[in-house]
Ligand binder design. Structure first.
Ligand code: 6OG
Length: 160
């Protein structure tokens, strides 16, 4: 039978880190509402992926990234939905400003050994360990609804 090819949508996800802790934002509305996550969103037509990452981080947390490092690419599909999300994950270790609550996100620092995985997307507990130890990665996750991963692949890579 014929299956429609997926429509790709490109997103960013900025992970903000300082010594032994990680800044997460509680999403207050929209996609992923009620979950803690890094900061990001959809890349616009007139910007690069990195520009989108900087813009979204500032919009959602008030921080201005001074240095972005590509650390991973994650693809997400939802069963029955032809849209494929391509999420570019960046590590941000240099930034200006202090985190502020915005319309979309409530930021909070978490110790690396106290990440609230039970209030996060279920893929996070799978790839955060690679991120936290500094390994680059590629992953694919097929979701059923927002709570169940039907299948996934996750590999360490040298280059992205
Ligand atoms: P806005 O709707 O805020 O962009 N995102 C995901 N992050 C994780 N960890 N797991 C997922 O599993 C995700 N799906 C999307 C990408 C959505 C933000 O949420 C991320 C964006 O940073 C399904 O514009």
């Amino acid at each position: 039978y014929f299956q429609m090819p997926a429509t790709r949508k490109v997103f960013t996800l900025a992970m903000v880190r300082k010594t032994n802790s990680l800044l997460l934002g509680l999403k207050k509305k929209g996609f992923g509402e009620g979950k803690w996550n890094g900061f990001g969103g959809k890349v616009e037509k007139d910007e690069t992926v990195s520009e989108g990452a900087v813009r979204e981080l500032e919009e959602e947390s008030g921080l201005v990234a001074k240095c972005l490092r590509k650390i991973g690419i994650l693809e997400f599909e939802f069963a029955g939905d032809p849209v494929l999300l391509e999420v570019h994950v960046f590590d941000v270790t240099h930034y200006e400003g202090e985190p502020v609550e915005t319309e979309e996100m409530l930021p909070q620092w978490f110790p690396e050994d106290g990440i609230p995985y039970d209030q996060m997307w279920p893929d996070d507990i799978l790839w955060y360990p690679l991120y936290l130890k500094g390994t680059k990665f590629k992953g694919y996750f097929l979701y059923q609804g927002h709570d169940t991963i039907l299948e996934y692949t996750l590999t360490q890579v040298e280059h992205l």
